[in-house]
Design a protein around this ligand. Structure first.
Ligand code: BES
Ligand code: ZN
Ligand code: ZN
Length: 486
């Protein structure tokens, strides 16, 4: 999809489809207003109305899209409008469409244009790889979108559109990885995907295979992967270099390519979507892609701990005690609480970079869905100033996070009789005891993001998401870097 920026109104040419974003205060502008019975279109968020103006030399179709109130407008309103426009272009089978606001000056900030471009690219995405019979609509490709603006806002809009396209491409990389079935992304394959993305976008990728992991003492990752034929991998991605006076930021992701629960086997309905259990790792890979494409002036390291959690005669067992890379021991009471085990090695590994900040993302607990639902990310932190920055980036990117406490009592809940800690703390505060477990392996400002709800949607609640992987976390991580280091 090509996104162009043009100065001037889209209404003076015979276009197939012009999408007009309408604010509630404004109503339907000019001559178009006469085509609508007063009050039928209010400009509420996501409201739409398709018009056929029949004016000489003008567009064939105009799609009104509500943006809500002008003084409340956020990038997400435009992200949603962009997705609605591109979806309608798909269903109408018009390969090109224009998008405009009647008040040009309102599309003034790079952030709004960025949201719009993101919405267009994200809304256009469908996962069709395994469909052999495509409908006409599914076959149809929208190839171009033109965003109209005023001369004075042109450079701001161009800047935002460029960023938005790059960010959305990173989100799509993450979605594509999540949507890939478990059989097609065992850890070695998943690691190769990271290598490919690195080669395409220009960041370095090193993969430690199971032999190296064993030799170096990655006891957590190796234990979780023991039951699977697809051997574990540790993926190390790097943009820029460590330099005196230049901070290093680490992103860490859970990369369980399929989570059956292992010997503590999940019930069938809980297992259905467990190919998404590498959603955190996918977000890290997608974010690295964006960081490299934007060539951000900072040293960023991405670490993904990847294993497949399967039951077999070789699997790790409840009751096993593992020695992790850190030397700390874990009593395994439930092999389905495997994410925190692989992450213990990755989080300890991150200590070697002496990072200014580490943000870790994982589809860690079902409990976070019970607590916060499917759109909100659970945030836990050892450093409040870092937490505040991530919370702020969540508001801006509309990947909203809600903080849960990491108080001493939660650390107490995972004390073990026989080892340094146990891997479950019972049902109460299930997301927090998981977060506390992770914090045991950090010695730097640390934020844990539980994306178990946000990473995947069978029936997406947001128009710019498609069924399946959402790419959750990519926009948030990039926003965090843009806010604090760009
Ligand atoms: N991958 C799951 C968490 C999950 C659940 C992600 C639903 C996405 C949707 C994780 O490994 C897991 O199984 N956690 C257990 C922990 C429990 C055994 C303490 C859970 O949440 O039930
Ligand atoms: Zn599990
Ligand atoms: Zn899991």
């Amino acid at each position: 999809m090509e996104i162009k920026v043009e100065v001037g109104s889209p209404m003076q040419a015979p276009r197939d489809l012009v999408a007009l974003g309408i604010f509630e205060e404004d109503g339907v502008p000019g001559a178009l207003g006469q085509l609508v019975v007063s009050g039928d279109f209010k400009g509420k968020p996501e409201e739409t109305l398709l018009l056929y103006p029949q004016a000489e030399g003008g567009p064939k179709r105009v799609l009104l899209i509500g943006l809500g109130k002008v003084d409340e407008v956020k990038p997400d309103a435009l992200r949603r409008a962009g997705a609605i426009a591109v979806r309608r272009a798909q269903s109408l089978q018009t390969s090109a469409f224009s998008f405009s606001l009647p008040r040009y000056q309102a599309l003034n900030a790079p952030a709004l244009a960025q949201g719009l471009a993101e919405g267009i690219v994200l809304g256009d995405y469908r996962y069709l790889r395994f469909r052999t019979a495509l409908s006409d609509e599914q076959k149809f490709e929208v190839t171009s979108a033109t965003i109209h603006t005023s001369a004075e806002n042109e450079s701001a809009v161009r800047e935002g559109v460029t960023t938005g396209q790059v960010v959305a491409a990173g989100v799509l990389t993450a979605r594509e990885l999540v949507n890939t079935p478990g059989a097609d992304k065992t850890p070695p394959v998943f690691a190769n995907d990271a290598v490919r993305v690195g080669a395409e976008h220009g960041f370095s990728v090193t993969v430690l295979d199971d032999t190296e992991l064993e030799a170096q003492g990655f006891g957590g990752i190796m234990a979780v992967g023991k039951g699977s034929y697809g051997r574990p991998r540790f993926i190390i991605m790097e943009h820029g270099h460590a330099e005196e006076g230049k901070p290093t930021v680490c992103f860490v992701g859970k990369g369980i390519t399929f989570d059956s629960g292992g010997l503590s086997l999940k019930p069938a309905d809980a297992m259905e979507t467990m190919k998404n259990d590498m959603g955190g790792g996918a977000a890290v890979i997608g974010a690295m892609q964006v960081v490299a494409d934007l060539n951000l002036p900072i040293h960023v390291v991405g670490l993904v701990a990847s294993a497949e959690n399967m039951p077999s005669g070789r699997s790790f067992r409840p009751g096993d005690i593992l020695t992790t890379l850190s030397g700390k021991t874990i009593e395994v009471l439930n092999t389905d609480a495997e994410g925190r085990i692989v992450l213990s090695d990755a989080l300890f590994y991150a200590q070697r970079y002496n990072p200014a900040a580490v943000i870790e993302l994982s589809t860690l607990t079902g409990a976070v869905i019970i607590a916060l639902g499917t759109q909100t990310i659970g945030l836990m932190a050892t450093d409040q100033s870092l937490a505040d920055k991530v919370l702020a980036a969540g508001e801006t990117s509309s990947e909203r996070c809600w903080q849960l406490p990491l108080w001493q009592e939660y650390f107490d809940m995972i004390k073990s009789e026989y080892a340094d800690m146990k891997n479950i703390g019972g049902r109460p505060a299930g997301s927090i005891t998981a977060g506390a477990f992770l914090a045991n392996f950090t010695n730097y400002p640390f934020v844990h993001l539980d994306i178990a709800g946000a990473a995947y949607a069978d029936k997406p609640a947001r128009v710019y998401n498609s069924a399946g992987g959402t790419g959750a976390g990519v926009r948030l991580l990039v926003q965090f870097l843009l806010d604090n280091y760009a």
